[in-house]
Design a binder for this molecule. Structure first.
Ligand code: KG4
Ligand code: ZN
Length: 347
């Protein structure tokens, strides 16, 4: 008997729905919210309202594209945590209503666990155990995954996430939100070794990105006039803008290079410490072309097996919720209708 899961993701600013049958993704529909661009970040209240508008057409589209009927659905999976509470509530309430209307079980999914399991969507899946570097707008983690539902966080950021490091750097450069893809774009034609930003010294497998952001701020305020990052305001506003305009690709490539080095140095340390050399990427920042190429090259040099989800499964999507829902279904891990979303969640 085949198992059909309808999944809903609404933790931040993408309203998404997906259908999977026996772990094969049949549809993956995402409505992104452009309303936040002018604010330089996601505005929670506007995100909740946009989810309300999008959720019905997105779910209908997912069902239609998968060419199934509502009666075929065996369970409804949804993102329970972590995320923006207003956004999560829209998806959770919708999922509960569908579960009640169809009289089908509900499966609550952890968003970060789902990012990791996006690596189980393609035919070419990693063997267990594997390590996953999960890099998103809200998280940066190295996870040891022993089976689909058995995961352990080995290290994580103590301040900003890698995606925030990209987005905040982009904001300092005057680029719109989300800045990560734009830094990626400009970096492609820049020199990654032109400007040198300091590498934070953080114990163990944890990360820190807030110092990098400050050093970029001072660097720009100096408009390249001083490489001593603590000196600031050496340049006028015009000089600063001129410096950015004439060096944007090199600045982006140098920032991206440092972020990638921070991430991959810790990942390397995790491989050495655990002896696990099946290595995966996950989360929105894994869409970054520089990071993808660097991981593949590092893996080839060191004899790792590397796995990176397709672009559509890197940034927030419901296919990763569907695949997680599928494994939870197999494990009989259901939730009752009293389950509530939470903004923060421990593993
Ligand atoms: O996983 P995700 O879609 O949402 C969260 O769960 O946070 O990640 C969003 C983050 C944003 O910070 C965005 O700038 C970043 O992923 N991102 C990128 C790229 N595409 C998305 N960062 C660098 N390069 C990219 N190509
Ligand atoms: Zn995410």
């Amino acid at each position: 008997m085949s198992i059909t899961i309808l999944a809903i993701e609404s933790s931040c600013d993408e309203t998404a729905a997906s259908v999977c049958i026996d772990g094969y993704i049949l549809s993956n529909i995402i409505a992104s919210q452009s309303v936040h661009e002018i604010y330089g970040g996601v505005v929670p209240e506007l995100a909740s309202r946009a989810h309300m508008e999008n959720i019905v057409p997105v779910v209908e589209n997912a069902i239609h594209s998968a060419n199934i009927t509502f009666s075929q659905i065996d369970a409804i999976a949804f993102t329970q945590a972590p995320g923006l509470i207003g956004s999560l509530l829209v998806g959770a309430q919708f999922a509960k209503s569908m579960a009640m209307a169809l009289n089908k079980p509900l499966i609550a999914v952890h968003h970060m666990q789902a990012h990791v399991l996006a690596n189980l969507i393609p035919e070419n899946k990693p063997d267990f155990p594997f390590l996953c570097l999960t890099v998103s707008g809200g998280h940066t983690q190295i996870v040891l995954c022993e089976s689909p539902l058995k995961m352990k966080v080995l290290g994580e950021t103590i301040d900003d996430a890698a995606g925030e490091a990209f987005d905040k750097s982009a904001k300092l450069l005057g680029l719109p939100y989300p800045g990560g893809p734009l830094i990626d774009h400009y970096a492609a034609t820049g020199n990654p070794n032109r400007f040198h930003f300091p590498e934070p010294q953080v114990a163990g497998l944890d990360f820190s990105f807030s110092g990098l952001k400050t050093s970029i701020l001072y660097f720009l305020q100096n408009a390249g006039k001083s490489l001593i990052y603590k000196e600031k305001f050496l340049a006028t506003k015009d000089e600063r803008q001129q410096f950015i305009d004439s060096n944007l690709p090199d600045i982006c490539a140098s920032i991206q290079n440092r972020i990638i080095q921070i991430l991959l140095n810790k990942l390397h340390k995790a491989v050495v410490e655990t002896g696990v050399n099946n290595v995966c990427l996950a989360g929105g920042v894994s869409a970054n072309k520089g990071l993808r190429t660097s991981l593949v090259n590092m893996g080839a040099e060191r004899g790792w097996k590397t796995f990176i989800p397709d672009f559509e499964y890197c940034t927030d999507n419901a296919a990763m919720i569907a695949i997680t829902g599928y494994y939870k279904y197999l494990a009989n891990d259901f939730s009752d209708l009293r389950v509530t979303p939470t903004a923060r969640a421990i593993w």
